[in-house]
Design a protein around this ligand. Structure first.
Ligand SMILES: Nc1ncnc2c1ncn2[C@@H]1O[C@H](COP(=O)(O)OP(=O)(O)OP(=O)(O)O)[C@@H](O)[C@H]1O
Length: 366
């Protein structure tokens, strides 16, 4: 039997941002037994004063006092280091571009943090993500947030049935501007706080400088696809496929800008090509590993759906071929630009997020 809200304990992950503040407020107004918890995932003493964790916790405290819910902080630095940061560095070491937010949701927020919440007697774990969950035909579904510009299902693509059965997304039905208005109307301390940007543990600081503290940089040559030396790179890990800025190569040739097209890890060469629509920047498909489907029902071995290869990209038509070993081949309806190994490919059927996988290889087949 379904419990009344007042008998239902919901732990809400409070980041000190406006989204989780309003999520907590809405849960409280719906009559739930709400507990706010702030996670500390990064050791600030390592840092040069960039991390805003202390200020964020102060905002959590102020909002929880305003809406009258208990709150406290928990430390997951070790788990975060082991599961997210180690993966992050390993991927860069391998010349790939990781997605720590996807890993954080899978291993920290909806694993370590969820377990912690359940130990505290929680029935559900809520977050301020722009996503929705429903129960349909015997299974939980992950649905896009109503605000298409803010939808965060891309980052939640690895959640399974169990995790979704415990998840609540109280702001998933809202538009961001309406959420801000609610926060202002209620005078929440975080109502006008700026949205956080970038990777959380890097924040506003210089990415190159940050990474160089952890991985030795190995400078090398930049070459055109024809093999001509075009310049020097500072270390392959600093460059992402499709990148234009920061190459330090002038126009020359056709006068058009240069773009990163591939990396040769063994020879430590960064390959570039000229012109933003150069065919070598495009691919016809990809191979992805570590597939996690939201539904546990058997999928056909070949099917059509849409996919995103990066956050906020418009949906693209694809055909998925499920292969052995949790791998799939994804063929694009139209060639796609700058597909990046290490990033997530996330699959959709209309508003429903079907799941996702990690891009492993880029294909160029006719
Ligand atoms: N340090 C944290 N402690 C607890 N929960 C967190 C923390 N960071 C993020 N979360 C949870 O994950 C959700 C999504 O995190 P994200 O970093 O994408 O924040 P956001 O979309 O900017 O939201 P917010 O405005 O709440 O910061 C947050 O709304 C919050 O519920």
């Amino acid at each position: 039997m379904k419990k009344e809200p007042k008998d239902t304990r919901v732990v809400i992950g409070m980041s000190g941002g406006v989204d989780s503040s309003v999520a907590a407020l809405l849960l409280k107004e719906q009559g739930y037994d709400v507990v706010g918890i702030f996670m500390k995932n990064w050791d600030e003493t390592d840092d040069l004063g960039y991390c805003t964790s202390a200020e964020d916790y102060e905002d959590v405290r102020r909002v929880c006092d305003q809406i009258d819910i208990p709150y406290y902080s928990v430390n997951f630095e070790k788990e975060y280091w082991d599961k997210v940061f180690t993966y992050f560095l390993d991927e860069y070491k391998n010349g790939r571009t990781p997605n720590p937010d996807v890993m954080c949701n899978k291993e920290i927020k909806f694993k370590a943090f969820l377990e912690h919440a359940l130990k505290l007697g929680a029935d559900y774990l809520a977050t301020g993500h722009y996503a929705q969950v429903d129960f349909n035909d015997g299974e939980y579904r992950l649905l896009r947030g109503a605000d298409s510009n803010k939808d965060q299902t891309y980052f939640l693509n690895q959640l399974n049935q169990y995790q979704l059965s415990k998840a609540m997304f109280p702001i998933g039905h809202l538009q961001k501007k309406d959420l801000r208005q609610i926060a202002k109307d209620r005078g929440l301390a975080t109502a006008t706080k700026k949205d956080s940007t970038g990777i959380c543990f890097i924040g506003e600081r210089n990415f190159k400088e940050f990474l160089s503290n952890y991985l030795p940089a190995q400078p090398g040559e930049i070459r055109s696809l024809e093999g001509e030396i075009k310049g020097k790179h500072d270390g392959l890990m600093y460059y992402t496929l499709g990148q234009r800025k920061g190459l330090g190569i002038g126009g020359a040739g056709t006068g058009e800008p240069w773009f990163v097209v591939s990396k040769d890890l063994e020879k430590n060469i960064l390959y570039v090509t000229q012109g933003e629509n150069h065919p070598s920047l495009y691919s016809s498909g990809l191979i992805a590993t570590d597939i996690q489907w939201v539904s546990e029902k058997q999928k056909p071995s070949v099917f059509k759906c849409t996919a995103k290869f990066r956050y906020r990209q418009a949906d693209q038509g694809v055909t998925v071929h499920i292969e052995k070993d949790n791998t799939c081949k994804v063929l694009f309806d139209k060639p796609q630009k700058a597909i990046t190994p290490g990033q997530a490919v996330v699959f959709y059927d209309g508003a429903v997020c079907l799941g996702g996988a990690t891009i492993d290889k880029v294909l160029n087949e006719d």
